[in-house]
Design a protein around this ligand. Structure first.
Ligand code: HEC
Length: 140
């Protein structure tokens, strides 16, 4: 028994392969809009996250940066002084904290957190000191 050589059947298959370059080309424009549509929701989510940060918190941070508070204080961890989050946690719910801390920020303090003193911040106006303390006490 000899099976007939499938020679004639191969020829049409090779001809069909000639369509390959065309189908590759036509798939390219489709893949580009797909990539863009995958990135768009991510970008939108980022923009929403940034907008969600209250503008007031940003203003407080800017003021702290301007007045050099951030040289010694971080939000989470202190460099020389305590972190603003630690301060907020210690004084949470204490009515007298605002006035007390305004005093300390203006005139300096020592012994409340450790042996390193905070020098008087003579560059601050009373209003700046109050704004900064309000911002610090709201740090979460
Ligand atoms: C030279 C470093 C330094 C700078 C600059 C500095 N601090 Fe301090 N700060 C400290 C240290 C150290 C303490 C801890 C003092 C203590 O133990 O009583 C402190 C404590 C504090 C406290 C807590 C005070 C208390 O009695 O619990 C607040 C609030 C504060 N700083 C706010 C500020 C603000 C606002 C600024 C910017 C105007 C500022 N600090 C700039 C070092 C600094």
């Amino acid at each position: 028994m000899h099976s007939p050589a499938p020679g004639p059947e191969n020829k049409p298959a090779r001809k069909a392969g000639g369509g390959a370059p065309f189908s590759t080309l036509s798939s390219m424009p489709r893949s580009i809009p797909f990539a863009a549509s995958a990135i768009a929701p991510l970008a939108a989510a980022l923009v929403m996250l940034c907008a969600a940060a209250p503008a007031q918190a940003q203003a407080g941070r800017d003021l702290a940066q301007q007045k050099n508070c951030l040289t010694c204080h971080g939000a989470n961890r202190g460099v020389l002084g305590p972190g603003f989050r630690e301060i907020a946690a210690r004084y949470a719910g204490k009515a007298e904290a605002q006035a007390q801390l305004v005093e300390r920020v203006l005139h300096g303090g020592v012994g409340n957190w450790g042996k390193v003193p905070m020098p008087a911040n003579t560059q601050l106006s009373d209003a700046d000191a109050r704004a900064l303390v309000t911002w610090i006490l709201e740090t979460r």
